[in-house]
Design a protein around this ligand. Structure first.
Ligand code: AMP
Length: 280
């Protein structure tokens, strides 16, 4: 009966905060999936989890200018709103929130985010101001939407852990961690993959596979630091890529580690001017 009813209820598109407040009023157990659009199966897995665990699911699509440390990157970020809305309707999402910049940033209260020295690692080191922008937008979105749960992907593990720390400290909302979705070549899905041609997509898949096999073999290695250093040079040469970092870190506190237990390999690299990240 509930399922039948759900089939007839249309997804509501919320174009501003007045629409949003009206629609969400009186609802409890709201699941929120914040995205920048150009939706793929990674996003879809988060949405499905929210639909399962929440009374109402709201997906936001907002390409947040504050988290781009390069203007050109913001400009060329893939946007695909028509296709996105089709996907969300098909999934029977309750609400899609499409805020304008002023809906997010008009609130007068200034939010000053400062990362600790220990946080300035991995992408925080290579994309100055990026996570400050992410945490600010997530703080503002959480205040506006006031969800019970926020669904985020492990694909961006550093982002997830930072947002979890800031948001759960200041709000009642809980961050729900969702696993990485990969394509058939093991490449982690990302909206940026659209910017790659077929050859580079193949290359990126090979890099992911290479690292998955490498991680399995790391168990047997004595000097992990040295093995990772060698792997970084090998990947650079073999695939002609620029690597920002290739590091083994604890998956909970992101500290550098020499033990494979509870650790992940973190990589960020540039392939034909497109920056990809992964953790394996
Ligand atoms: P984005 O639209 O790139 O800002 O991503 C929105 C959310 O989807 C973030 O929580 C991401 O971590 C998550 N996400 C992106 N790609 C994947 C993926 N391949 N698997 C799982 N989650 C993902």
């Amino acid at each position: 009966m509930f399922y039948l009813l759900k089939c007839f209820i249309q997804m509501k598109t919320l174009l501003n905060n007045i629409d949003l407040n009206e629609a969400l009023f009186g609802n409890s157990n709201i699941g929120f999936v914040p995205t920048m659009g150009s939706l793929h199966d990674g996003h879809i897995s988060l949405i499905k989890k929210s639909l399962k665990l929440s009374n109402k699911t709201i997906v936001s699509i907002f390409v947040n200018p504050k988290q781009f440390n390069k203007k050109q990157d913001y400009k060329k970020y893939p946007r695909n709103i028509k296709k996105d809305l089709k996907i969300l309707k098909k999934l029977k999402v309750d609400y899609v929130y499409l805020p304008k910049i002023k809906d997010i940033y008009k609130a007068k209260n200034k939010i000053k985010i400062k990362l600790n020295k220990q946080d300035k690692i991995l992408c925080a080191k290579y994309r100055k101001g990026h996570f400050e922008g992410v945490i600010e937008v997530m703080t503002r979105l959480t205040k506006i939407v006031n969800p019970s749960k926020i669904f985020m992907g492990e694909k961006d593990l550093q982002q997830l852990l930072l947002v979890k720390r800031f948001v759960e400290k200041n709000f009642k909302s809980k961050i729900i961690c969702c696993k990485i979705i990969r394509d058939k070549n093991k490449l982690a899905l990302s909206s940026r993959n659209i910017l790659l041609n077929k050859d580079n997509l193949n290359k990126a898949g090979k890099i992911a596979k290479n690292l998955i096999i490498f991680k399995k073999k790391l168990f047997k290695k004595k000097n992990l630091k040295d093995s990772i250093f060698k792997k970084k040079n090998e990947l650079k040469k073999k695939y002609n890529i620029k690597i920002d970092y290739l590091e083994l870190r604890d998956k909970k506190n992101l500290k550098l580690t020499n033990k494979i237990k509870n650790a992940k390999i973190f990589i960020a690299y540039h392939i034909n001017k497109v920056r990809l990240i992964d953790n394996l």
